[in-house]
Design a protein. Structure first.
Length: 389
């Protein structure tokens, strides 16, 4: 243990000696510099609450007086655009008074949730009767129980799947003007422009199976029901950018920081589709064979139905973008430095994918789409490599 402690003291001493032996004049704020940042980035604001798994329990007691107890519980179906790998790169040149550069970053992330929800059979005792109905609340509509005589509960299970995706790209071109400069510090004014792109989307679907024994004696009714929606938003824009960048050095250590504000003007396209499919067939048994409905049984309800509702909208948008960077680097050589970085970006008022809402208004069911805007907050930390030449 003493030897390990002694080795640690020697190692710390060597690191301290390494960081302090090269004078500040080895650091330079002028010339060409390329930086690559490997980031672990998280995004807030893109997560969606897609619905709920809903459990409805009913208990009836045969007492005097009789009593009925109902309970409804909701378990949320949420997407989580967790941390993903991203990168940022920048190339710039600083002169004694002026400079210029380009930079950009990219993130691609997605998430999905799947589930199977079923109900149990009724439970009857001499003193009570209890049953439960487990289903899914989606599109602001609680899916009603569908008869399925093959299930112990007599109700069809529900299979659901929800997925979301996000792709973001930002690129900057800028000029630098030194507001103050010394051997160890420099403060620059940033003036330039930003090109931005955002692609977001969300898909939701659920599957149910209705099966009615002897509905068309001696054959049975089989109905594979599919409800599905897809929504997407595409934003492309360009706009001016202004900010400040600072650098301070101490021997081999260097601290870089910058903050920029951009106002991106561009076009946004929002689109969505909702489909409701009832694929009705005649079944000779639970596993088939399944045959198309004959025309003669159409008046009795033996026919397939497909309904589609589409939505599309385009508009001009104005999106403020605020970005903050902080980097701490250590010079390994006169031209190569490595360190840690933090990059944060806030995009305000970004158009979101439209959401389908099932309604029962006078206009007719399924004709409503909800659309709006959201703020996207990107936060990251990572490693940076800087090469000067």
């Amino acid at each position: 243990m003493r030897d390990m402690h002694a080795r640690r003291i020697v190692l710390v001493s060597l690191v301290g000696f390494y960081l302090t032996t090269i004078p500040a004049s080895a650091q330079t704020a002028q010339g060409w510099e390329f930086q690559w940042e490997q980031l672990r980035m998280d995004v807030k604001g893109a997560d969606e609450h897609a619905g709920d798994v809903t459990k409805i329990s009913h208990v009836q007691t045969f007492s005097t007086p009789p009593q009925i107890t109902d309970r409804v519980t909701h378990s949320p179906i949420d997407l989580n655009m967790g941390a993903k790998n991203a990168f940022r790169a920048e190339l710039k040149h600083r002169g004694p008074r002026f400079g210029a550069g380009v930079g950009g970053w990219f993130l691609r992330t997605a998430d999905s949730v799947s589930g199977h929800v079923s109900s149990s059979a009724d439970v009857r005792t001499p003193t009570s009767l209890s049953y439960e109905a487990n289903t899914v609340l989606m599109w602001n509509e609680l899916v009603s129980g569908i008869q399925n005589d093959l299930e112990p509960s007599g109700m069809s299970p529900v299979d659901f799947h929800v997925s979301g995706r996000l792709r973001t790209f930002g690129a900057d071109a800028f000029a630098l003007a030194a507001l103050s400069a010394t051997d160890a510090t420099r403060l620059d004014l940033i003036v330039g422009g930003k090109v931005a792109r955002v692609r977001t989307g969300q898909d939701q679907d659920m599957q149910l199976r209705a099966f009615v024994l002897n509905a068309f004696r001696p054959q049975h009714l089989n109905n594979n029901i599919s409800l599905a929606s897809t929504g997407a938003a595409k934003v492309d824009g360009v706009g001016p950018m202004v900010g400040l960048a600072g650098r301070t050095t101490w021997r081999r250590l260097r601290l870089d920081a910058s903050m920029t504000e951009s106002l991106v003007y561009g076009s946004a396209d929002q689109s969505g589709t909702f489909s409701d499919i009832d694929a009705v067939t005649l079944a000779q048994g639970p596993a088939g064979p399944f045959n198309p409905c004959p025309l003669a049984l159409a008046p009795a309800g033996c026919y397939s139905v497909r309904s589609d509702w589409d939505f599309a909208r385009s508009e001009k948008v104005l999106i403020p973008v605020t970005e903050l960077q902080v980097k701490v680097l250590v010079d390994l050589t006169r031209h190569v430095a490595v360190g840690a970085s933090s990059f944060n970006s806030l995009w305000s008022s970004v158009p979101a994918p439209p959401s389908f809402t099932m309604t029962h208004s006078d206009a007719g069911p399924g004709l409503d789409w909800e659309f709006g805007q959201r703020s996207l907050r990107f936060g990251s930390a990572g490693l940076v490599v800087s090469v000067g030449f």
